[in-house]
Design a protein around this ligand. Structure first.
Ligand SMILES: [Zn+2]
Ligand SMILES: [Zn+2]
Length: 302
């Protein structure tokens, strides 16, 4: 029943995020704090809706049996009409990537399973690959997800303005998640690592870390960086001092660069193992250990 549990959790999460995105118009400045690689799996299934897994928003073709089909899935009689309205409003193009030559589907911003209504305001047109990007855990899209462009269009509405995979939204050097795609660039010309592992097709970097890479590696130029906006090498260079002094423990070797510390704190904390203790996780762990010791003394004293 592991599946059921997971899908339940996903639904809660998607409902909550979906609803908040719906009400506040998005996650523009919702930059999550650093070392949260482990959170990837649930931060990025925002709108996934596993109860719809095999049928949910998959309303692509307009063949003869569809009306009956939608009906069987709990879609009301007006669904086909509403779906057409959605596509018309979005000019028959995917709102994430702009494609107009692919199978287009209507996506529920707040999933139906989380109470999202069948209303135009709750629907966005997506091509099938981009639909799979938004529904990361829906294996019905596994065959097409990789066809979606890495970056959403600059004009993509917040609920669908995501990179192709959850890992793409994290900087491969510092591990920070950037939910705003304009804060990320992709390096497409990554060499193989020293230990002979094959080079990834691309890695994404936050702008400060990209600035650091450009500074270190003159082979990394604007031409091998992509984004959904014009990349300013000047901006990247100017922001490199915002990059953490040390790369995260998970950083790929190709991007595992250390930055020269500038301030006393950077020299004493950020560039030494003290950084593991003096962050919120380290402090929490230290507190936990302290409480554990006190508890142990109390127990032994009784
Ligand atoms: Zn698309
Ligand atoms: Zn970074």
């Amino acid at each position: 029943m592991a599946d059921g549990t997971v899908s339940g959790a996903d639904r809660d999460e998607s409902g909550r995020r979906g609803a908040s995105d719906h009400s506040d118009g998005g996650h523009g400045d919702d930059v999550r704090s650093g070392d949260n690689r482990s959170d990837d799996s649930d931060t990025d299934n925002g709108y996934s809706d596993n109860s719809n897994s095999d049928n949910g928003d998959n309303n692509d073709s307009s063949g003869g049996d569809d009306r009956q089909d939608y009906h069987d899935r709990g879609y009301g009689d007006g669904w086909e009409e509403l779906r057409q309205q959605t596509l018309r409003r979005d000019n028959y193009a995917c709102t994430r990537c702009g494609a107009d030559d692919r199978t287009l589907q209507a996506h529920h911003i707040v999933p139906r399973s989380a109470g999202g209504p069948d209303e135009l305001e709750n629907l966005l047109t997506l091509c099938r690959p981009c639909h799979g990007v938004i529904h990361q855990h829906n294996n019905a899209f596994d065959d097409v997800r990789d066809d979606a462009p890495l970056f959403p269009e600059r004009t993509a509405p917040d609920p669908v303005a995501r990179l192709r995979t959850p890992a793409d939204q994290c900087c491969t050097r510092c591990g920070a998640e950037r939910s705003d795609p304009t804060e990320l660039v992709a390096w497409t010309d990554v060499p193989a690592s020293d230990d002979g592992r094959p080079a990834p097709s691309h890695v994404t970097l936050c702008k400060p870390c990209a600035g650091l890479l450009i500074e270190r590696d003159s082979a990394v130029e604007k031409e091998v960086l992509t984004a959904n906006h014009t990349i300013s090498v000047h901006e990247l260079a100017a922001r490199r001092t915002d990059a953490p002094v040390r790369p995260s423990a998970f950083a790929l070797s190709q991007v595992g660069i250390r930055r020269e510390p500038r301030t006393l704190r950077e020299r004493v904390v950020d560039d030494t193992p003290l950084r593991f203790l003096l962050n919120h996780r380290g402090i929490r762990l230290a507190l936990l250990v302290a409480v554990g010791y006190v508890a142990l003394f109390v127990v032994l004293a009784l």
